[in-house]
Design a protein around this ligand. Structure first.
Ligand code: SF4
Length: 151
């Protein structure tokens, strides 16, 4: 059975920087969960960051908080933890929260903390893709279903 790595916040876990979740309500996700396919991870928590925490954005190769603290190492550590989870469980598919400096797979914020999105990837999404894992955003459930072999 193909498993899917999922951003913990998409499963409603209150792990975001603001202490909230971003639970996704969709019958496909509910079915995959009932089938035991889903493996949740929050890379930022796995990297040692707390809840709540300061919002952070990518600035080229670095990740910095709105207060200017460099949190690149924690983000890199969390990405490695997500990759190790995939490798340990043979996971080749991921469903990650769009826009996050960790999990974003198509768009991220531009690093100015002005609420502007640009094309780009979060640290975890980029690392997973570099190791051949297919990453999908929550707007791509149809594509993910196809990758699972569902029509
Ligand atoms: Fe959600 Fe990923 Fe941010 Fe954790 S790091 S709160 S899983 S988007």
């Amino acid at each position: 059975m193909k498993k899917i790595l999922v951003s913990a916040c998409l499963l409603g876990q209150p792990v975001r920087y603001d202490g909230q979740g971003k639970g996704l309500t969709d019958p496909r996700l509910a079915r995959w969960q009932a089938q035991g396919r889903l493996v949740s991870v929050c890379p930022e928590l796995a990297g040692g960051l707390p809840v709540p925490r300061a919002p952070a954005e990518r600035q080229e190769a670095r990740v910095v908080t709105v207060q200017g603290e460099d949190v690149t190492a924690a983000f890199a550590c969390g990405a490695q933890a997500a990759l190790q989870l995939c490798q340990a469980q043979g996971i080749r598919l991921a469903l990650l929260k769009e826009g996050s400096p960790s999990c974003g797979s198509q768009q991220i914020y531009d690093g100015t903390f002005a609420g502007q999105r640009v094309a780009g990837e979060g640290v975890t999404a980029a690392l997973l893709r570099a190791h051949g894992i297919q990453v999908y955003a929550e707007t791509q459930l149809a594509e993910l279903a196809l990758a699972l072999g569902e029509s």
